[in-house]
Write a protein that binds this ligand. Structure first.
Ligand SMILES: O=P(O)(O)OC[C@H]1O[C@H](OP(=O)(O)OP(=O)(O)O)[C@H](O)[C@@H]1O
Ligand code: HPA
Ligand SMILES: [Mg+2]
Length: 175
C-alpha cells in the first residue's frame, strides 16, 4: 500500500490551541520572563508559533537530541547532537517539544538540565501519547492528547519527511 496521510488535528485547531497555551503561559509567568528551550528538530515549528503568542519577555535557546533516527520507535539511546548556548542558572525554563511518546527523551533531558540549576523548569508539548509512556515525566502544558498512532506534521517527521505539514496527520500504508 502506498504511503498516505490522514488528517488527525487540523491547522485551524492547532493554531487556536497554541493561542490558548500562549495566553495561559503568559498568565502563569506574569511579572517574569520565560526562557524557551526548543528540542530540535521536531520542536521548532511549534516553538516559533507559541513564542508569538506569549506576552511576557521571551528568550530562546535550542538543543538537539535524537533517539528515533529514521525509525518509528525509540532506540532508547538519547544522543546530544547540539547543546544549549546559554547557561540555565536562575532562569525560568520552559522546554518546548512537539511530542511526548515513551517519555525517554524528556526524562533524560530533565535530569541533565536540572543539574544546571534553573529557577524553575517546566514542559510544554504540542502532542502527548499517554498510552505509550515508559518514563514518568510531569507535563505542565499539553496541546492535544492523541492515540497511539505514528503521526507527522508540524515538526514531526517520518524518515525526515512531512515536518512542514501545517496539520498533524497519521501515516498510513507503512509497517
Ligand atoms: O518520548 P519519546 O519516545 O522520547 O519521543 C519523543 C521525541 O522523539 C522525537 O524526536 P526525534 O528523536 O525523532 O528527533 P527529531 O525531533 O529531530 O525528529 C520527538 O521530536 C521527541 O523529541
Ligand atoms: O508519532 C511520532 N511521529 C514522529 N516522530 C515521533 N517521535 C516520537 N513519536 C513520534
Ligand atoms: Mg523524529
Amino acid at each position: 500500500m502506498a504511503e498516505s496521510i490522514r488528517v488527525l488535528v487540523s491547522e485551524e485547531k492547532i493554531v487556536k490551541r497554541i493561542m490558548e497555551l500562549g495566553a495561559k503561559i503568559s498568565e502563569d509567568y506574569a511579572g517574569k520572563s520565560v526562557h524557551l528551550i526548543c528540542v530540535l528538530k521536531g520542536g521548532a515549528p511549534f516553538m516559533c508559533e507559541l513564542a508569538k503568542r506569549i506576552t511576557v519577555p521571551v528568550s530562546m535557546d535550542f538543543m538537539s537530541v535524537s533517539s528515533y533516527g529514521n525509525n518509528t520507535s525509540s532506540s532508547g539511546i538519547v544522543k546530544i547532537a547540539k547543546d544549549l548556548d546559554e547557561p540555565l542558572e536562575g532562569k525560568d525554563v520552559l522546554i518546548v517539544e512537539d511530542i511526548i511518546d515513551s517519555g525517554r527523551t524528556l526524562y533524560y533531558l530533565m535530569q541533565l538540565l536540572e543539574k544546571r540549576k534553573p529557577a524553575s523548569m517546566k514542559i510544554c508539548t504540542l502532542l502527548d501519547k499517554p498510552e505509550r509512556r515508559e518514563r514518568d515525566v510531569k507535563v505542565e502544558y499539553t496541546g492535544f492528547n492523541i492515540p497511539d498512532k505514528f503521526v507527522v506534521g508540524y515538526g514531526l517527521d517520518y524518515a525526515q519527511k512531512y515536518r512542514n505539514l501545517p496539520y498533524i496527520g497519521v501515516v498510513e500504508g507503512v509497517e
